[in-house]
Each structure stands twice: as C-alpha cells, then as structure tokens.
Design a protein. Structure first.
Length: 472
C-alpha cells in the first residue's frame, strides 16, 4: 500500500502557511492586545510559600520521596529505604508483578526468545504465561497488527507534524472512531483495546517516521503488510528497514530495550497521567493519548535524545576522551551552564527514586558494551562509562547533596544509534514499550481504586472588589 507524500503534504503545508499568517495578523489587531502577553504571570512562587502551606511540590516530600497516592500490585521501583523517617540510599531494584527485571530479561535471552510479549502478558494478567498461553497471546497480537484500509486512508494526514509523539497521540485518538463501543468500560473491552494498542502502536510509530522521510524525499509512503509470527521488536524493524533486512541479534537487543521500558511504577509522570484520566472513567484512548503527551516532555521520555546530543557535544569539545581531568572539567562547564544547552543539567544522571543504581541502566550497560565492541565503537562506549563514573563527584563539587547514579537514558540513545534507529523514534519507542504498563495501571485504577483522583491546591490570592468596566 502506498501514498503520494508530495500531494498529502502540499495540501497541509498550504493550510499551515495560512494558519501562520493568520496568527501573525492577530498580533497586530491592536496595541492593547499585547497585554495578553505582558500580563502573563511568569514569576515563580517564593519558595517560602510552599513551606508555609506545607505544599508537596511535584507530589514529593521534602526529602525527595514521592507522596503515596495509591496502592499497586503491578510493580515496585525501589531505590531507598525509610529509616526513622529518613531516606537511606539503597541499590536499585525493579520488580514486575514480583519478578525482577533482570530475571525476566536474562531468562528470555538465555532461551534465545523474545521476551517483551511475555512481560506484557505478565503486566496485564498478573501472572507469567505458560507456552500455550504465550503463543495464544502472540497470535492475538499478530491478528490485531493490521491497520484497516479506512483507518490508513485517514492516517496519512495525521502524520504531518514535527513530532512523531504528537502523531502517536492523534493516531490513538483516531482509533476511538474505529471502535464500535469506545466508551464501554468492561474488563473484556479494556483487554481488547490494550491488545489493539500493543499490536498497532509499533507499526503506527514506524509508519509515521517513514511518512516524514517520504515527505522530505517527495516520494510515496509504503506500508508493508504485517508478517504473521513476528515479535514486536521484529515488527518495528520490518517497517523501518522496509522488509526483513535485520539480524536476529538486532531484534533481540531491541526486544531487551522494550522489556526495560515496559513498566516503571504508578508514580512516573506518564503512568500517573494515565491513572488520573482513567479515574474519571473516560475511554481508554483518551487515557493512553494523555500518557503519550506526558512522555513527550523532555523532563520525562524526551530525555534520551538529549543524552545523545550531550554525548556528541562532549566528544566534539573534549580533545582527549581518556583524560579524566579534561572530561570532568567539561562536565563542570555543563553544570555551570557554560556548555552544551545552557540548562546546567547532565542528562542521563540522577533519578527521582534510584539513588545508588538504576537496574535498567545496569542491563543496558552490559548490552551496550557488547554491541559497541562488535561495531568498533569501544572508545565512544568508554567515554560514556567515564561520564557515568565522573559525573557524581563533579555534581557533588557543585553543591549536589543527594546520591547520584546513572539512569537508563545514559545508554539507551547510544544503543538505538548503534541499531540504526532514527533519533525521532527514540521517545516513540519508549511509548510503544510503556503501553504494556499503562494498560495494566489503567485497569487497576478502573477496577480496583474506584475513586476519581482529585488533589487540592492551596489558594494564595487576596479578595478584590469588582470594578465596573468603565471604572477600570
């Protein structure tokens, strides 16, 4: 199946240019309208106000630990212990339904089979499948991978965007229109929608990327028909490579990345967003689209691309990658906002929960080292390890007091680059993988919590007397 990208995008670009011109004209209606922009409150609140009113900023306690907002049987993200009310750093552990992420990854790899589907089944149902159950689950995913002709006819126009994450949101919302009973909330319907998302989102993300490439080339968009029996990782690579032009080792490594990103607790921003919307009993498509919108943010899922850019910047400005003093000095410049993007952040270092180690980063490091050796990229990998080792001390020298460890983002972008995954797909692949966790948390919120999430905000405003329009 193919579409003329030139025709599709010409129509959109013409419409977009008119929108931009209309926007510029609106700014010139009257000088008084400028108060709309100058009157916008942008000054941050005084830090003392948050303490005075006992506000848990970011739903976090003063010691950095998260405010407990619910109960879950889905996963445990462990990075510290609370002893006598104080946070005591501990080695990081991630367990899904009671199973450690290392065991799930290592056993699938040891048996030379893809593991993401097993993890998705575990998250959704609460138990590991036997072979018959896993085969049946994979067969159902395969049956759902096809995108109907009616959907595909609408989808090309929705691919027009500077962000594939934005495309994914609209693609998910569009699926609502192709569901005969989209607002029905029953366990059976929720399972069906979850399987539909797990099956279709990988192809939608890869197709969106190919459509953006076709736009640049002025060529047609080819949508390969799904091949029965392919894993999620293979399905992604099939669309990206235009067929089966990938090795099993590449697909197995991408499968590991999907497993590591499948779930990470109910408190992370995108999962919590999914739970907030689900608590209102809205449809699943709205809840999943909201989660994707959250993950798009650079403070959340968008960080992996930032890490890649930062590594490129360090390689360009550090003359001797093996000179630890030179590397540390440049990291100090980054913290001082004198280098890289001026934010003062070393991306890939630090986490809201993990203190001494991120178990996902430990797994990533092992696979990154192996692949880098095969691709003759050992020096680049050694530099990343050097950043991981030096950054905590540099950050402490700059006043950081909390324990700092590498998070998964330090290595994921490097691995994706070695796999030939385009940077525009880094965060979308995160969303593809996390759909398993989002669906599990949505169903737990719907069927176990039974209460709309409604936190309070403390008002810090003074009462004012209303003045008639003529007296203002």
């Amino acid at each position: 199946m193919a579409y003329d990208a030139k025709k599709i995008y010409y129509r959109f670009d013409d419409h977009l240019s008119r929108l931009v011109l209309d926007y510029e004209a609106s700014r010139q209606i009257s000088s008084e309208s400028e108060s709309l922009y100058h009157g916008l409150p942008t000054d941050p609140y005084d830090e003392g106000l948050f303490e005075e009113h006992n506000v848990k900023r970011g739903l976090r306690n003063a010691d950095g630990s998260g405010v407990v907002a619910g109960l879950t049987r889905i996963s445990d993200v462990h990075g510290y212990n609370k002893v006598d009310g104080k946070v005591v750093p501990d080695q990081g552990k991630l367990t899904l339904r009671g199973y450690s992420i290392e065991d799930l990854v290592n056993n699938a790899q040891a048996e030379n089979r893809y593991g993401y589907e097993e993890v998705a089944y575990l998250l959704i149902t609460g138990s590991l499948p036997n072979k018959e159950e896993l085969d049946g689950f994979c067969e159902r995913l395969g049956a759902f991978r096809h995108l109907s002709d009616e959907y595909v006819k609408e989808f090309p126009m929705t691919t027009v965007s500077s962000s594939i994450m934005n495309v994914l949101q609209r693609a998910v919302l569009l699926l609502y229109a192709f569901d005969a009973e989209p607002d029905v909330i029953t366990p059976e319907h929720e399972i069906d929608v979850a399987i539909s998302m797990l099956a279709r989102l990988p192809r939608i993300a890869a197709f969106a990327h190919m459509a953006s490439v076709a736009k640049l080339r002025g060529s047609e968009v080819h949508v390969p028909h799904p091949t029965p029996g392919l894993s999620t990782a293979e399905t992604i690579l099939q669309v990206l490579r235009g067929g089966m032009a990938f090795t099993r080792d590449e697909a197995m490594l991408l499968d590991v990345m999907l497993m590591l990103h499948a779930e990470h607790g109910g408190g992370n921003n995108s999962t919590f967003a999914c739970r907030v919307l689900s608590s209102s009993a809205t449809d699943p498509y709205s809840a999943y689209a909201a989660a994707i919108g959250s993950l798009k943010g650079p403070r959340h899922g968008g960080a992996n691309a930032k890490v890649v850019s930062m590594h490129e910047d360090i390689r360009a400005h550090v003359s001797n990658w093996e000179d630890e003093d030179e590397v540390a000095a440049y990291l100090g410049k980054i913290l001082d906002k004198q280098a890289f993007d001026g934010t003062g952040l070393i991306y890939g270092m630090g986490h809201a929960v993990y203190t001494l180690s991120d178990p996902r980063a430990e797994v990533c490091r092992r696979y990154a080292r192996s692949l880098a050796a095969k691709k003759d990229l050992g020096e680049e990998f050694a530099l990343i390890e050097r950043i991981e080792r030096l950054a905590p001390q540099v950050m402490r020298d700059h006043g950081m007091t909390k324990p700092i460890c590498a998070n998964i983002d330090l290595y994921t972008g490097f691995i994706y680059k070695m796999l030939g995954v385009p940077e525009t797909l880094f965060t979308p692949l995160f969303a593809v993988a996390r759909m398993a966790g989002w669906s599990a948390h949505r169903m737990e919120e719907l069927f176990c919590a039974h209460r709309i999430i409604r936190p309070a905000y403390r008002p810090v405003i003074e009462p004012l007397e209303y003045k008639p329009l003529a007296d203002r």
